[in-house]
Design a protein. Structure first.
Length: 85
């Protein structure tokens, strides 16, 4: 499950199919692990529909819950500043 959390923290919000492609984990396993992570409070999920080149793609949209990504220091800085005032 850590591999999925790392993927979400590094890449940001992703569809379950994108997570499967990025990690090399089969989609069915990714979906099972995402449900476990959601129950534990590690991620937020919602059902989403995207249209890519006119093709309808449905999946579970996910993002990690927790500290801001180290890849976006500006956002992290703003979050820290907003907590003080």
């Amino acid at each position: 499950m850590q591999e999925i959390l790392d993927c979400l923290r590094n890449l940001g919000q992703q569809l379950d199919s994108e997570i499967a492609a990025a990690t090399g984990i089969p989609l069915a396993d990714v979906r099972r692990r995402l449900l476990e992570l959601s129950k534990k409070g590690g991620i937020m999920t919602c059902h989403a529909t995207r249209f890519i080149d006119g093709q309808k793609i449905e999946g579970m949209l996910c993002r990690a819950i927790g500290p801001a990504s180290s890849l976006n220091p500006v956002r992290a800085s703003k979050l820290k500043n907003n907590r003080h005032g």
